[in-house]
Ligand binder design. Structure first.
Ligand code: CMC
Length: 431
């Protein structure tokens, strides 16, 4: 195949710079600008990296215009219907779905690592009981680096794989302890024989004085939330993990940086914001007032859980989460609950109102996942921590891919300096 190039012309000297074009297997091709500065003396300017591919990756593909999300080539719809979360973890880490024997071995390996060092549990008591779970999570996951540092050689493939297994295995325990600590309840140890989502729900929602009786529909709902949030290519938190890891830093410290980034309302905090918004609206009779506020350009209010930066037609995860949402509401007989009725009415109005229809502002995955998590009795402030639990596998798979990439370079963006030009320091008496 002939090599493709684009030419850029510089006005003053009419100097032409030829830049190679790189093709992926799917999605737009990219212009390789690595030689641009050497050829022209220019950098590029792209705040928010909206036009820049920061890496090449084989893990996740998104086509926002057509509502496509693929993990390792498999459509999210098929993975959500046919696989459980641990199969998806195996896929993201290894590139292929496991066969029966591989899956059995993977589950056994994960189950060996579900406990945390008892010393790690002491970190929780250093936090106030009313600390936000995401603040606690940043601290405790960061602290894992102190337990697994000398034994983690990031240049060694086996060590990286062990780090990934440890993270996936321990995260349910660590997230559940954030909730237990905030309520003053004792921590509940994991049970090796339980499935991943069931173990997590038991540790988080169980009562040590009672036997935990799982409801398969609700466990499946949690498992689906985990699958749908497992990876989303180079989003802000994943890019944070990659940037932190590009220096060769400890992987758990890098994941803690990703958790910090995820916390923001413009990223993982949206599902919490949906429930807070529903609380604020309070009653269906107030919906027209809030819809009018959302449409008013002079009012900063936006309908939380509507619209998406990448999916401009529909979010394929939202379709699946909507289905799960109705299964859960049916199972728990919650269709008449005030908040859920409010959410469904808001959905109906937004799907019919020309403002939302014309701008293609559909309910996104967080609109429905927030409703599901509330129905399961999970407190609102834990929602983003559950997102972090799900995304951990994506973060660590992307980190592993980056470290094994022969083109790995420490991340070092450039800037357009607009400060004061060079000047001399005057003696303090004459300033
Ligand atoms: N409510 C009301 N109007 C909206 C909303 C909304 N939620 N979202 C976008 N708009 C309007 C916006 O005002 C603009 O109108 P106009 O063309 O008249 O100026 C138009 O729709 C296009 O909006 P945009 O700001 O260009 O869209 P964006 O791609 O920059 O923003 C977004 C995407 C997700 C930040 C935004 O839709 C939003 O703030 N949504 C609410 C927050 C939310 O639910 N976020 C979770 C996203 S999913 C989580 C994840 O995948 O990590």
């Amino acid at each position: 195949m002939a090599e493709k190039h684009v030419s850029l012309t510089e006005d003053e000297q009419h100097k032409v710079s030829k830049l190679p074009v790189m093709d992926g297997t799917l999605g737009p091709s990219v212009v390789d600008i690595r030689s641009l500065y050497a050829q022209t003396g220019y950098f590029t300017y792209d705040p928010g990296f909206t036009s820049t591919a920061s890496c090449s990756s084989k893990i996740t593909f998104i086509d926002g215009d057509n509502g496509v999300l693929l993990y390792r080539g498999y459509p999210i719809e098929q993975l959500a219907e046919k696989c459980d979360f641990l199969e998806v973890c195996y896929l993201l880490l290894n590139g292929e779905l496991p066969n029966g024997a591989e899956m059995k071995e993977f589950v056994t390996t994960i189950s060996k690592h579900v406990m945390v060092h008892e010393q790690l549990t002491r970190f929780y008591s250093g936090f106030r009981r009313d600390a936000h779970p995401m603040a606690v999570l940043v601290g405790v996951v960061g602290a894992l680096s102190a337990f697994y540092h000398d034994g983690t050689d990031v240049t060694c493939r086996e060590d990286r794989y062990t780090a990934a297994i440890r993270l996936i295995a321990k995260m349910p325990n660590i997230v559940a302890m954030c909730h237990k600590y905030s309520t003053g309840m004792p921590f509940i140890y994991p049970k090796r024989k339980l499935g991943y989502a069931e173990n997590f729900m038991r540790m988080m929602m169980g009562d040590p004085c009672d036997e935990y009786i799982p409801n398969p529909i609700l466990i499946r709902a949690i498992d689906r939330i985990l699958i749908l949030h497992a990876d989303h290519e180079q989003n802000a938190s994943t890019s944070t993990v990659r940037l932190a890891g590009s220096s060769g830093a400890n992987p758990y410290a890098c994941v803690a940086a990703g958790i910090a980034c995820l916390w923001g309302a413009a990223h993982g905090g949206a599902n919490e914001a949906v429930l807070n918004m529903l609380e604020e609206i309070g009653d269906a009779s107030n919906i027209p007032e809030y819809v009018a506020k959302a449409k008013d350009k002079n009012d900063p209010f936006r309908l939380m859980g509507f619209g998406h930066r990448v999916y401009k037609n529909y979010d394929p995860r939202a379709k699946l989460m909507r289905q799960t949402c109705h299964e859960v509401l049916d199972e728990l007989n919650l269709h008449n609950d005030r908040t859920f009725k409010l959410a469904m009415e808001l959905e109906r109005i937004a799907l019919e109102d020309p403002y939302f229809v014309e701008r293609k502002l559909y309910p996104n995955v967080d609109f429905y996942s927030g409703i599901v998590l509330r129905a399961l009795g999970i407190p609102t402030e834990m929602f983003t921590a559950i997102f972090a639990l799900a995304r951990s596998v994506g973060w660590i798979a992307q980190w592993d891919e980056m470290i094994s990439d022969p083109e790995l370079k420490i991340g070092r963006p450039r800037q357009l300096y607009r400060g004061v030009p060079q000047r001399d320091v005057q003696p303090i008496s004459s300033r």
